[in-house]
Design a protein around this ligand. Sequence first.
Ligand SMILES: Nc1ncnc2c1ncn2[C@@H]1O[C@H](COP(=O)(O)OP(=O)(O)OP(=O)(O)O)[C@@H](O)[C@H]1O
Length: 872
Amino acid sequence: MAGAGLTPLEVLRRLDAGPRGLVESEAQRRLERYGENAVLPQRPAAWAWRLLGTLRDPFTAVLLGLGVISAVATSWNTACVIAVLVAVSCVLRSAGEYRADRSVATLRELIATTATVQRRAAEESAPLVREIPVEELVPGDVVRLGPGDMVPADVRLLRADGLAVHQAALTGESAPVPKRVPDTPADLARPLFDQPHLCFAGSSVTAGTATAVVTATGPGTHFAGAHRGVARRRTSAFDRSVNGISWTLIRFMLLAAPLVLVVNAVVRGRGLETLPFAVAVAVGLTPEMLPVIVTTALARGAADLARRVGVIVKRLPALHDMGAIDVLCVDKTGTLTQDQLAVDCYLDADGRTDPAVLHWAAVNSLWTIQLADVPAPDALDEAILLAAESLGDTAADSADWVASPPARRERTVSAVRDPAAARATLTDVTGIDVIPFDPARRLVTAVVACPGRHGVHTLVVKGAVEDVVDRCALDDETRARVLRLAERRAADGLRLLAVATADRPARARPYTPADERGLTLLGLVGLRDELAVTADDALAALARRGVDVKVLTGDHPGTAARVCAELGLEPGEIVTGEQIDQLDDARLAQLAADRVVFARCTPAHKARIVRALRRGGHTVGFLGDGVNDVPAMHAADVALCPRDAVDITREAADVVLADKDLTAIDSAVASGRRGTGNIATYLRIAVSSNVGNVISMMVAGVLLPFLPMLPAQVLVQNLCFDVSQLAFAYDRPGAADGGRPSVLRPYAFSRYITVFGLINAAADLATFAILGLVSGGQTAFHSGWFTENLITQALVMLLLRTAPGRVPGALRWSTGALAAVGLLLPLSPLGAALGLHALPYPYYPLLAVVLVAYGAALAVARRSPLAAANGA
Ligand SMILES: Nc1ncnc2c1ncn2[C@@H]1O[C@H](COP(=O)(O)OP(=O)(O)OP(=O)(O)O)[C@@H](O)[C@H]1O
């Protein structure tokens, strides 16, 4: 970054900006000059690129390879039909992807990230802090950063308190990096990303707060310059199942061609002239419409979810993963509870009501909000200030900051902007410093000066009871008594904080966590957090769908247990963060699978539990709303958050829920299962028919003195079948499919296609027998088998759907058309060009008999356990 060694003032001067922020009209001019602050270009890819992109698909690559082999063997017919096949599948796929991308982009706009910026209406006006879309930021803007914010552009810090940022997307380093405004000139020998006073677009704030000036936006940022794109994702359930099955099929295809060659050579003594036929058989096995079906089925599901329940799916494969989850981990606060807290009690160490405890908690809250420049105050601090005000506590007069939303945020920010005004409301203490809240320490400390106590600074600490008590000078008995008191109150479902203070000689040096020692315990504050209204219904619905819910919280075990019990979730024995630290990965995997509630978890604990569950073979979703949930969200197969979660959480989420309505999760799971059900139906039907055909071709190749079907006929039949199967993207899978997690399992899938493939081959062989009876000629054989093949495939599409009920219109039309092509094409001039012709009349009633028998066999096999193990 040019100017890394400049002082803040020099940077501001160079940017022609000031610490009070830009004037709106100037910001507008700069926006026109520098363009939008979009780190990653949002422009849709051009058609040509989109088409070329579809060639990267493994099925297409194999088809192209087979086309090249055909061309080399001068089998131009086969090569041409393969080229048409590839072209049709690429055009359909890129059209489907274009539509899907457009609808996902529209949905993403609904959850666009904002930045907190300080600007002025006119040169002489007071600065106003407000939220603007990130794209509207310009160089010279003064921005506020707080926990959970994405760093919206490259910035230079003007002020920072306990700031730590996660810049893995830029440096690959997973631990948060502390950032501050150094007292001494910058050390230019340090790498740019290690400079303490610079933060970069693409990183996010994990703790602390800051005010900073924007130095570069959009394409000018280091993130855009490095072309790193978004951080690499872990392999998801989608990758494992759909891609796993694709590769199984590709291996199968690559085996089929040599097998046909060998069988024909050994049995019939045929040489390389069988090559085009062998290639056609391999092509016939390819479910080349799979990518089109996947995109269409998932995009339809995502659009439907957004319309019906306001759920936004940011990545289409995540919808498949929603259908696959069998474990959903949720944090407690703000997810199962409303995070709208109210103070219930304030007690001294002996459990007696003591207003002084609330007073000091309020001092901590007030100065935390003030000094830490938080973009939005914590619900917990708001509740404490409100309670202190109702108690008439002078220190909390400024609880008038806490107005009802949405005015709340605006008012808080303007109060922060004018510290003199805020200080006037505080009659007794003055804030000096703050050590912001950190979910790993579970504490926040405000350092204040009390009137009449010159030369003394008072540390006011509030936080999780165990963590505060650990830092207090207490004898064992008092310590045990306080912890017992906390346990009793937590069992009532209260969220508890301990409050402690300590005096230190006044100093100019900043305070650090090392100063939080030898404290004097004042007592406990208990807060009540109402349950989310939809939480119990949502948990019950998930249980019905076979999804286990686990609660991973930073809160007290007692509070977590009580909340779960109230929601009808049996908490069982609770595991704490401390216990997790004692376990190796294997034991944690076992424990994670068995237990329901995990309390006193740090962000790292939550991520470890999710990883352990995944290693144990579970497909795991994580629903969280706070910055402390982000590592676990990254570790999960699919990450969910409510729409009002902090920026970084929304950025990490794959699925964003409308508001806090948790029942929407059930709709997303159902929709994911529907999409996967349709994909599985396509795969089952396409592949079992194809496998049946390959078996028949092998047998016919051995029995007949000629090729059972010409290569071009195989390929045309395949094309018709593929196109008709696109209708599966619009199918409604059976109700039973929604009752359990839907994962495409290659092994169960292989068994299914073998059984139904054999039934299909049996129908083909019966047809061969009829054809031998009515006409022994090669052309009649080809035509007869062509017709039978398309009609049996239409039949299989109708009979092997998972929902035996009403057939949707798209499927009725496509199967009707497929059967019609099978019957009529041999009679048409196009059929003649393909080497097909009309069949002798006795063939048709005999074919009808085969079709009825085939239908009956399918209906019987469908009810067998083999059909239940359908791979999805
Ligand atoms: N603003 C705060 N000031 C002081 N202590 C806090 C504050 N916020 C949380 N704590 C303490 O830290 C603990 C952990 O908080 P954290 O935010 O990690 O999780 P949580 O909000 O309790 O639960 P969940 O993980 O379910 O969201 C809390 O239980 C509380 O004791």
